[in-house]
Design a binder for this molecule. Structure first.
Ligand code: ATP
Length: 425
């Protein structure tokens, strides 16, 4: 239908990027069944400047044919998306429709060289050869693969090859994309591409990430988006190792290294998330990133979290982490459970987990016990019970409740009778 609508208007329509890569991988190489959830289409072949909105026009026409699809238009980028959400037959499917990104060219659309050059330019803007192929949907030559940069050869050789030497300088997030695809697909990074990555890193990527926060979307926002994709994927550890081998963790901070200690902490974090986060209250990828940032020297943490535009809570946690660690070190002095609870209750779960990762074993044990058991302990009598016993709410009332909880934690009180006896002392 999309190609019919494009043909009606005299345009050409292509599937581009990841969908073509995955289609070829499934068909030619892995021979696995494929479920495409995200399809990028590009329209070109027009010659009126007014047609620059072709992608939006096509999406609008298609939405009329498929009324159960939701239409989102991104005016500024001249792209539109159609979303079939949980369609029983399609599950959920995104179709992005963009207009070929190229300078306006004042030539007739019938000129095949011009047509090719517009989609060619669109593909040349992309990151890796395997992501820069297009499949033509419109006639003539429907079904033809446009592979100007030998993506198919690289797909067969299972390697990530960048399109041009300056690519990583232009956009350092491509380093993270390259690593993510390499690990996900089991590909290697082609050697020349690797040397371009190292060159870009050595040319001071971190300074740029920190500086280019005023652009839209800021480099740091895109870096955070890539980090999220990596850190929420099952292969996050291998991806971090590859980033570290390429010295690419320097994009986060020049001193960041995935050393044995950080790896140990990240492994511990996994065990801890499995044990304590039954309700999935913690955003796992974000806490992994916070653990990585907390591994930096204290004076860098807040700046790195701010640069990456992490949520306010994360920035606050990392800014105050060093002070929290100092306080929590006071656990070695605590003899009673109530003292442990008194010290730890002012911290949120994430801070406690991060602190446990960096603490010696005895402190870590107390934190685990607090998180898993002690923070849930309740006294046998609550505020209502106290009022029924004739106590009046106020400051002293609050202190009584606190004392009662402490006595319960320390085993002095264990039922209502002992609680009442405790209160009357
Ligand atoms: P995935 O299966 O992870 O969604 P994808 O290839 O579809 O893979 P997207 O992030 O959706 O990944 O990007 C779509 C296409 O846009 C890519 O295939 C690539 O051609 C291009 N692209 C995305 N990000 C960049 C970038 N930073 N630089 C250049 N091209 C990019």
């Amino acid at each position: 239908k999309a190609s019919q609508e494009a043909t009606k208007r005299g345009w050409h329509l292509y599937v581009v990027g990841g969908a073509v890569r995955d289609l070829l991988l499934a068909q030619n190489i892995q021979q696995e069944p494929l479920l495409l959830k995200d399809i990028d289409l590009v329209v070109d072949g027009f010659h009126e400047s007014a047609d620059a909105g072709a992608g939006v026009e096509l999406a609008t026409a298609l939405q009329k044919l498929y009324p159960n699809a939701r239409l989102d238009v991104h005016g500024a980028f001249q792209t539109a998306a159609l979303l079939w959400h949980k369609d029983p037959e399609l599950d959920s499917l995104w179709v992005d429709i963009a207009t070929a990104r190229t300078e306006f060219y004042p030539y007739p659309a019938a000129n095949p060289e011009v047509e090719a050059s517009s989609i060619r330019q669109d593909l040349y803007r992309r990151d890796f050869t395997i992501n820069a192929m297009a499949l033509r949907l419109t006639t003539p030559r429907a079904g033809e693969l446009l592979d100007y940069f030998n993506g198919l050869i690289d797909l067969e050789a299972r390697q990530m090859r960048v399109l041009h030497p300056n690519s990583f300088i232009e956009d350092p997030t491509r380093i993270y994309r390259g690593v993510r695809f390499a690990v996900r697909l089991g590909f290697t990074i082609e050697s020349q591409t690797e040397s371009y990555i190292r060159y870009a890193i050595n040319s001071g990527v971190y300074d740029r990430t920190a500086r280019e926060n005023n652009k839209t979307p800021a480099l740091s926002t895109r870096l955070k988006a890539e980090l999220k994709l990596i850190l929420e994927a099952p292969y996050w550890k291998r991806a971090l190792e590859l980033l570290d081998n390429l010295s690419a963790l320097q994009c986060i901070h020049p001193t960041l290294k995935l050393n044995v200690e950080l790896l140990r902490q990240l492994r511990l974090l996994e065990r801890c998330l499995q044990r304590f986060d039954n309700s999935q209250a913690i955003t796992h990828w974000l806490l992994r990133l916070e653990a990585i940032i907390a591994h930096l020297a204290p004076e860098f943490r807040s700046k790195v979290a701010t640069n990456l535009q992490l949520p306010d809570d994360s920035i606050k946690r990392l800014s105050h982490f060093s002070k929290a660690m100092d306080n929590i070190a006071g656990l070695t002095e605590c003899r009673l459970k109530s003292q442990v609870v008194g010290l730890l209750k002012k911290y949120d779960l994430e801070t406690l987990i991060l602190a446990a990762l960096q603490s010696q074993r005895s402190i870590r044990r107390s934190i685990w016990q607090y998180i898993s058991v002690w923070r849930f302990v309740q006294a046998p009598l609550n505020g209502n019970d106290l009022q029924k016993l004739g106590y009046k709410p106020g400051r002293a009332f609050k202190e009584m409740l606190d004392d009662l909880l402490a006595a319960t934690l320390d085993g002095v009180v264990n039922d209502r009778v002992s609680a009442e006896a405790f209160l009357s002392q």
